[in-house]
Design a protein around this ligand. Structure first.
Ligand SMILES: [Zn+2]
Length: 438
């Protein structure tokens, strides 16, 4: 096919040849993965991506990932950006990439990088996060059911919304202690995340049933028991329309501005409004995830999930290999971009919630779960047609929801425990605040 570029590790072509590439990988039985990069279709050995490249480079440079700022714009940055301490997207980045970043620049392409470097030189991005390592100086107190206060160096006494019990602070607090804090600037304001150390008392073994969960293409979560966990759009029709208008306005102001001129106050206000709407959608998504994972961890003793891989992440943006996403509407696009990155967070939440309840999460490598009939084991892409799985094996003929079939396959697969009951009295250091929506 044309065009085709062959490097030492990557073979690349462009869309719309993704289908041909995937067919060829399947035909030749290769262990290769496809990564999208804004119209480019790159084929790499499985497990190799920008994040593994960064890890190798940092090892050679003898540098820590905690000293790294990553800048990205495309699908192939999904693995790379979370590996960096600070993730930055340039203004022309894909919405799904922007969602997971700590900072989105006002400039596009190289101009965005120049802007970032200016900010680093100016204040080392101190306005993005402040670390408070000295616990004693923080003097954390609980003021009321909803408010707490702490002292921030150079700032003074500040109040914060009390969302979760902190170990060792106030009456009836859990055993343990706060070991540090980090202040993070987000679109809706400042957040404080406490580092805590708690004594884990293992829960009694969970008596509930086992379940397999598929991150469905058509539903948010499909369970092997045939039920689904779904959610609506994260923004109302009105909010979405508002966002669309703001983005148009921002683009118009950006285009009208002379080169090298700083954005006007009005333009910056528009960016702020856009960021706040996006933050609102993200917060609703995280709320839904918290409710759903709590319910799942309460109900099930053993939860099997698909092991995360880059190929699976492609699924979020492009549908599955077998059922590529097509004509994804604006509405589905935003939901999909959030739920796409949300999978890792869902698993993380399930892990700590199942530990607390004496259950466990098991990750299973699950290739072909969506093409294989769970009842007879017959594997054929022809069995799957959008949401319906109809086994083409005449001796079987099972028909049902495609995502349910995949979930049952995950439930039946062997895997390794990523969380489970621990020994009595071990100490662990974890962030007990909800993970940042990034
Ligand atoms: Zn079958």
């Amino acid at each position: 096919m044309e065009p085709l570029r062959v490097g030492s590790a990557i073979v690349a072509t462009t869309e719309p040849h993704a289908e041909t590439v995937l067919d060829t990988i399947r035909e030749l039985g290769l262990e290769m993965q496809v990564i999208f990069n804004k119209g480019a279709v790159m084929v790499l050995p499985s497990g190799i991506n920008k994040a593994t490249g960064l890890t190798a480079a940092l090892a050679e440079l003898e540098m820590s990932a905690h000293s790294t700022i990553g800048v990205g714009d495309a699908e192939n940055d999904h693995a790379f950006l979370p590996a960096c301490e600070c993730a930055v997207a340039v203004a022309n980045a894909l919405p799904a990439v922007k969602e997971r970043c700590d900072l989105v620049t006002e400039g596009e392409h190289g101009a965005g990088v120049v802007e970032l470097i200016d900010r680093i030189l100016e204040n080392d991005l101190a306005d993005l996060a402040v670390d408070v390592p000295q616990v004693r100086t923080m003097r954390i107190v609980r003021l009321s059911a909803r408010w707490g206060a702490l002292t921030v160096p150079m700032v003074g006494r500040v109040r914060f919304r009390w969302t979760q019990d902190l170990p060792g602070v106030g009456k009836n607090s859990p055993a343990g202690k706060v070991t540090g804090a980090r202040l993070i600037k987000e679109a809706e304001g400042w957040h404080v995340v406490f580092r805590t150390e708690t004594l884990v008392v293992p829960a009694d073994a969970h008596q509930g049933p086992q379940v397999g969960i598929d991150r469905g293409v058509h539903v948010a979560l499909a369970l092997s028991d045939g039920t689904m966990r779904e959610h609506g759009s994260w923004l109302t029709d009105g909010e979405r329309e508002h966002l669309r208008r703001l983005e148009k306005t921002a683009a118009r102001r950006r285009t009208a501005r002379p080169k090298k001129a700083r954005p006007s106050g009005r333009e910056r206000r528009t960016y702020g409004q856009i960021a706040r709407l996006r933050a609102k959608a993200k917060r609703r998504a995280v709320d839904w995830q918290h409710q759903t994972t709590t319910e799942l961890a309460d109900t099930f003793a053993v939860i099997k999930v698909e092991k995360l891989s880059i190929l699976n992440m492609v699924k979020s943006a492009k549908g599955t290999i077998e059922a590529p996403g097509r004509n994804v509407t604006q509405k589905a696009g935003l939901n999909r971009s959030i739920s796409g990155q949300a999978w890792g967070r869902t698993v993380t939440l399930l892990e700590y919630k199942t530990i607390d309840r004496g259950g466990q999460v098991i990750e299973v490598p699950a290739p072909g779960t969506s093409q294989t009939c769970h009842r007879c084991g017959h594997r054929d892409p022809a069995s799957r047609n959008a949401t319906v799985f109809a086994c083409v094996n005449p001796a079987c003929g099972w028909v049902g929801h495609a995502d349910t079939n995949a979930a049952i396959n995950i439930n039946n697969a062997d895997g390794s425990a990523v969380s489970g009951r621990r020994d009595l009295g071990t100490t662990r250091s974890v962030k007990r605040q909800p993970p940042r929506a990034a």
